[in-house]
Design a protein around this ligand. Structure first.
Ligand code: SAM
Length: 218
């Protein structure tokens, strides 16, 4: 097992060695976030997301979990012409930083940040409106966001859920997971079961970064 884990680690480093860093201000936002221990998407996740965005060219993109705006700003480069992003963040301090970063990058007409609990905010969003959703907030809440994410995403829309493998924790038995993380573990397993068994979706689970689920709404 140890040898297998090391091989996986080496594969991951090998893949990362091909990824170019973000340039300019976006690169600075990323580095600043990492320095301040703000969780932002991993470079290999970013690359996978980019390919999905280029294929889909979303017009209306919903993000759950803005943090400091890094992923929103990144994704805004791959929208259809005139496309918009709505992104939701609970933490007031992060919202301030995200808004300032968005203005710095001159993306204020493209990205709208809504401050609030995604569970509540989602209920206020219109039916069948978004053609792309990036779910990247509290992992234990994905299953609670799910009914509304399904409601607001159009038929043919893409739903990307990040961090679904929880650094491998999700593979372990409920009892071997640290007690504090058991609820998240159980809810993530329920989420994975739901998105892979719901007849309204086609889903692939991909072992990239911290695990990504790519779902297409039928
Ligand atoms: C992994 S970070 C998002 C990273 C960002 N998408 C990026 O890659 O640049 C998750 C964010 O979700 C936010 N969050 C946690 N619970 C939330 C909730 N209930 N509603 C909205 N945002 C939430 C956290 O404050 C955190 O900033």
């Amino acid at each position: 097992m140890q040898g297998q884990a090391q091989t996986m680690e080496r594969i991951s480093s090998f893949i990362k060695s091909f990824i170019k860093d973000d340039e300019g201000k976006l690169g600075q936002i990323y580095l600043e976030a990492v320095k301040n221990q703000v969780p932002v998407m991993r470079p290999e996740t970013r690359e996978l997301l980019k390919t999905q965005l280029i294929m889909k060219k979303p017009m209306q993109l919903l993000e759950i979990g803005t943090a400091v705006g890094y992923s929103s700003i990144y994704m805004s480069n791959y929208l259809a012409e005139g496309g918009k992003i709505t992104t939701v963040e609970l933490d007031e301090e992060r919202v301030k930083i995200a808004k300032s970063n968005i203005i710095d990058m001159d993306k204020q007409d493209v990205i709208e940040v809504i401050q609030g609990d995604a569970y509540e905010v989602l209920k206020t969003l219109p039916d069948n409106y978004y053609d792309f959703a990036f779910v990247d907030a509290a992992k234990g809440q994905y299953i609670n966001y799910y009914p509304d994410v399904m409601r607001v995403v159009k038929s043919g829309g893409v739903i990307i859920s990040d961090n679904v493998l929880q650094d491998g924790d999700v593979l372990e038995s409920h009892f071997t997971v640290d007690k504090r993380n058991r609820t998240i573990h159980d809810r993530m397993r329920e989420y994975l079961y739901t998105i892979t068994h719901d007849d309204r979706l086609d889903t692939a689970l991909v072992s990239v970064g911290d695990g990504v689920a790519i779902s297409i709404k039928r």
